[in-house]
Design a protein. Structure first.
Length: 134
């Protein structure tokens, strides 16, 4: 066998390619799993109870799953002093679209809860019950 002399530039290039591959894997795997996706919370709209005692905030968590996946959303129920009473995380299936006011089909304020009906193009209507004292 004839010994092959490797040049310094080849070794440097090989190390650079290996480092790039390792960094790519470290960044792409968490991104694909959604680790960076939920960093942004966007307020969509809010609703006040008829008596002014409660406020329901509708928010989008991160971006829709790519390419046509679900969109994570959150409902936060606050009292009139802006204390959080309850939080419900769920999702809508709207062909990868952003959450919007039109996803709220109806809101009913009852004696002990608020009932939200969510709607989106790729799912049946979904009822969310959010209790005042949970």
């Amino acid at each position: 066998a004839i010994p092959v002399k490797k040049s310094k530039s080849f070794i440097c290039f090989s190390v650079a390619v290996l480092c790039f591959a390792v960094l790519s894997v470290i960044l792409i795997i968490p991104w694909q799993g959604g680790a960076f996706n939920k960093l942004t919370v966007t307020d969509i709209t809010s609703y006040e109870s008829p008596d002014g005692s409660y406020c329901l905030i509708y928010q989008q968590l991160g971006d829709p799953e790519w390419p046509f996946g679900k969109t994570e959303v959150r409902f936060t129920l606050n009292d009139c002093n802006n204390n959080t009473l309850n939080t419900v995380d769920t999702y809508i299936q709207n062909d990868g679209a952003l959450a919007h006011k039109g996803n709220i089909k109806s809101i009913e304020w009852t004696e002990d809860s608020v009932i939200v009906i969510l709607q989106a193009s790729e799912m049946s209507d979904k009822e969310i019950v959010i209790g005042y004292n949970e």
